[in-house]
Design a protein around this ligand. Structure first.
Ligand SMILES: NC(=O)c1ccc[n+]([C@@H]2O[C@H](COP(=O)([O-])OP(=O)(O)OC[C@H]3O[C@@H](n4cnc5c(N)ncnc54)[C@H](O)[C@@H]3O)[C@@H](O)[C@H]2O)c1
Length: 376
């Protein structure tokens, strides 16, 4: 481990940066928060004051030209993720980008290849990979504790948009009104697919069904009245893994329950583990474990070393997971550790979400073809 600090520049100083990203940098003694940039310069100024950044910019090109910035954090609206990340890669900066990186898998693969060519590291904001409970399950899979993996069940569901009068933001302004608009499978499903692929390996084939359950909603940017709009607010998919394991996946905006509402169950020949990432009564997540010879699930308490400094199982989920994510990316870069949760993984997740949507539209099994087996 070196005593060196990583120079960080953040693009997009709004709600999510304030809640999740900036507390991670402020808490790390290995980060020098060099600059914050927002097209609304007052937002950049306010965050710089609060989290101790040394410079502010209103134009991303100025931040990218700052020689002290080594890593760029893209925390801006979705449609800007790809152009800003691509510009940061071209400027030879390491990049952390919020998900999704792009709206199609091909451009996400292109950005991943550009980063490899430039010799910079990437990380996609797949928040739940940095849950201590999920990381423990990954360790139990890798060290053989769970044995051969048979079944993986993944859910991301909560009641965020159960109320039709709460403006839905995940709808592109030009979305067609006469067909189903994929939404929960993109917003929630992209995380879930990434988790299930990280734990179980490459997906071979998927089948799915998607539905619009709440037919009329208020949509952000489309007035205050409810619209007849076919937003997909629930998807179920079944998965055949390349390993032969079976997967089951559900994303839902309308399932009663608290945030973030992720549940992962892994069943193997020697044991099984269930992680519930659902904030309830001041506890962010729970982990239970059973063995083939002791089948009653027992609660597992994880040691303090599983948590980023300053966090515990009682920390709200956003800072709990994001501090861990930031800590991992900074350590990866400064200590030259193996990469994980990269733009390549983002592209793979996007490719699988596309396959799930196609399977529903054509009511058939769809093979997940490109780059299968090329996990890294
Ligand atoms: N991983 C997660 O669990 C999770 C959770 C919530 C939000 N998010 C993502 O985080 C991102 C930020 O969300 P948000 O709610 O903070 O607000 P937002 O996306 O509405 O805005 C972020 C800020 O970016 C600024 N901005 C826009 N274009 C810019 C540019 N070219 N250069 C510099 N600044 C620019 C805006 O002025 C705004 O202040 C979104 O992509 C969102 O999807 C991820």
């Amino acid at each position: 481990m070196t005593a060196r600090k990583l120079g960080v520049g953040l693009l997009g100083a709004f709600r999510w940066a304030e809640k999740a990203h900036l507390p991670g940098y402020a808490a790390s003694d290995r980060v020098d928060l060099v600059a914050i940039c927002d097209v609304e310069i007052d937002r950049a100024r306010a965050m710089a004051e609060r989290f101790g950044a040394r410079r502010v910019y209103a134009d991303h090109r100025e931040l990218l030209a700052d020689p002290e910035v080594q890593m760029v954090d893209v925390c801006t609206p979705t449609h800007t993720h790809l152009p800003l990340s691509t510009a940061a890669i071209a400027a030879r900066k390491h990049v952390l980008c919020e998900k999704p990186l792009a709206t199609d898998a091909a451009s996400a693969f292109t950005a991943s290849e550009a980063a490899d060519r430039q010799g910079v590291r990437t990380k996609l904001g797949f928040t739940f990979r940095y849950s201590p409970a999920i990381r423990q399950i990954k360790a139990w899979i890798d060290d053989g504790t769970l044995g051969e993996i048979f079944h993986i069940h993944g859910f991301e569901q909560n009641s965020q948009f159960l109320d039709p009068d709460l403006p839905l933001r995940q709808v592109p302004q030009d979305a067609p009104r006469d067909r189903l608009i994929p939404s929960s499978i993109i917003g929630y499903g992209s995380h879930l697919v990434d988790l299930m692929r990280w734990l179980g390996g490459e997906f071979a084939s998927v089948a799915s069904t998607m539905r619009n359950f709440v037919p009329e909603r208020v949509v952000r940017g489309m007035g205050e009245a409810r619209q007849r709009i076919q937003v997909e607010d629930g998807t179920v998919a079944i998965v055949e893994y390349a390993s032969g394991a079976h997967g089951l996946l559900q994303s839902s905006f309308i399932a009663v329950g608290n945030y973030p509402g992720v549940e992962l169950r892994v069943y193997g020949s020697r044991g099984a583990a269930v992680a519930r990432l659902i904030e309830e009564f001041g506890v962010a997540e729970t982990l239970t474990f059973a063995r083939a010879d002791a089948v009653e699930f027992k609660k597992v308490e994880l040691p303090a070393s599983h948590y980023a400094p300053g966090t515990t199982v009682n920390t709200p989920w956003a800072p709990l997971y994001y501090r861990n994510l930031v800590r991992h990316f900074v350590d990866e870069i400064l200590d030259d550790r193996p990469q994980e949760c990269t733009f390549f993984d983002g592209a793979k997740s996007q490719e699988i979400v596309d396959a799930i949507i196609l399977a529903h539209r054509e009511r058939r099994w769809v093979d997940v073809a490109r780059n299968s087996g090329a996990a890294r």
